[in-house]
Design a protein around this ligand. Structure first.
Ligand code: CMC
Length: 428
């Protein structure tokens, strides 16, 4: 492979450096293109733009490959624990037993949130969407830990912020749910593992003894691992670009949570269930919705179908589909939405519209079904995604700062009015 490519503009040839990644991906390095030629590149939605060099996650959308730090997602989902994967993503290697014990203890010891957080919390109306509550409370952590705002933070302070985020976000997330339900808040229990503690805070009520079901713990562990990182997606790019202004890690993560909320990104798991319910309430006519999704004059899309980078299959969807079957049969759940989901999947996978456009079910098509079977309410689905994606956001922020990347500042092609004179209001 040549180490430069040639670009000819108006008969003049420019040498553009070629960059090759460790998996053989090639890129043209256009960072000095404007200085050399006066041109910028235009790529709306960054469909073809590498925004960074990253050593965290590799994915091949054509082959359906996803690896964290080189480890296949299939092996991690089957054999590891979520906090172990968090350590791997953030620190770049699998922890030794001692390192893992120390990390888990640190996360466990920081699960409490400042008692004054309850005052902020009480200010939200009871029906607030938990994603809004989550992002607001994560931003508010800067007020409780003011040193985190200092752009000259030491590695020790950064590590403490990382541990606090991993420890406190489950508490805040469970409280956001309890607030929405109008239930009393549960404090974290340090005798429980990460997922068990979260399920306890979510579901335990003073009126009944809550038994933690290992099937739910296992399903949650898998789901968090599958969502832990996905290279430069919308929310992760948001975290990197917000963090590139040297704002605190808390605010960069809050920005990522807000970006994730949208129905085209993490909000899709909620949108999938809402769509399945709407189909059921409308008499279960799946063909009607498949047709609607194909109609260019109808804004309806099949939620949970299609992906910006996976154009063959989503490897996470393959794992999660099996997990959904296991969880539902172990819990003995009979969900009419699941029957609609299966039928919809079957019809869409054979339909030329979906086949021609490589539109397959993505991870969120199935994750909502598992969350629903676990008793997690629809509005909490995207919060669950945020819990999973947290280590990925942290790892990407850390990498961006350690590599001393410059502030993110894209260019544009201006298409508005050219210069014109102001007209006073009396003459308009
Ligand atoms: N239903 C119907 N048509 C679709 C769908 C869909 N779900 N997704 C894409 N298309 C069509 C689209 O209309 C376009 O058709 P045409 O070429 O005739 O104009 C073609 O497929 C390409 O779509 P696109 O919008 O250019 O593709 P994109 O890469 O910009 O969008 C996407 C990717 C995920 C936003 C989109 O597929 C979508 O809106 N899916 C539904 C929402 C969803 O499930 N999102 C979760 C993604 S996975 C979780 C995560 O990582 O965030």
């Amino acid at each position: 492979m040549a180490d430069t490519a040639q670009l000819i503009i108006d008969g003049k040839t420019y040498e553009i450096p070629v960059i090759t990644g460790s998996e053989g991906e090639n890129a043209l390095d256009i960072s000095s293109l404007r200085a050399q030629t006066g041109y910028v590149t235009l790529d709306i939605g960054y469909k073809n733009t590498g925004a960074t060099k990253s050593a965290i996650t590799f994915l091949d959308g054509e082959k359906g490959i996803l690896r964290y730090r080189g480890y296949p997602i299939e092996q991690l989902a089957e054999q590891s624990e979520f906090l172990e994967v968090a350590y791997l993503l953030i620190f770049g290697k699998l922890p030794s037993k001692e390192e893992y014990d120390e990390f888990k203890t640190a996360v466990t010891m920081h699960t409490l949130v400042h008692e004054d957080t309850r005052v902020i919390f009480d200010g939200f109306p009871t029906n607030s969407h938990p994603m809004g509550v989550l992002s607001s409370l994560v931003s508010s952590l800067t007020a409780f830990y003011p040193k985190s705002i200092d752009p000259g933070r030491t590695p020790d302070q950064i590590n403490r912020t990382i541990v606090r985020l991993l420890a406190k976000i489950p508490t805040i997330a469970a409280w956001a749910y309890k607030g929405e339900m109008g239930h009393p808040l549960n404090y974290p229990r340090n005798d429980l593992d990460y997922c068990s503690n979260f399920l306890y805070m979510m579901f335990s009520l003073p009126t009944t003894k809550y038994e933690i079901d290992p099937v739910l713990v296992d399903a949650m562990n898998k789901l968090l691992i599958l969502h832990a990182d996905h290279e430069q997606n919308c929310s992760t790019s948001t975290v990197r670009i917000v963090g590139s202004s040297h704002t605190s890690l808390y605010t960069a993560i809050a920005a990522g949570i807000n970006a994730l909320w949208g129905p085209l990104h993490g909000g899709a798991n909620q949108a999938v269930i809402e769509m399945l319910e709407a189909i059921r309430e409308d008499g279960g006519d799946i063909q009607k919705y498949v047709k609607k999704a194909q109609d260019k004059n109808d804004p309806f899309r099949l939620m949970g179908f299609g992906h910006r980078v996976y154009k063959n299959f989503d490897p996470r969807a393959k794992i999660i589909k099996k997990a959904a079957d296991d969880v539902l049969s172990k819990l003995g759940v009979d969900d009419p939405c699941l029957d609609i989901a299966k039928e919809l999947e079957e019809i869409a996978l054979k339909d030329p519209y979906f086949v021609d456009r490589n539109l397959y079910p993505n991870v969120d098509f199935y994750s909502g079904i598992i969350y629903r079977a676990m008793g997690i309410p629809t509005e909490m689905f995207t919060v669950m995604f945020a819990l999973g994606r947290l280590p990925g956001w942290i790892a990407q922020w850390k990498e961006m700062r350690e590599n001393q990347e410059p502030i993110g500042r894209p260019r544009q092609i201006y298409t508005g009015e050219t210069e014109r004179d102001y007209v006073p209001i009396s003459k308009r």
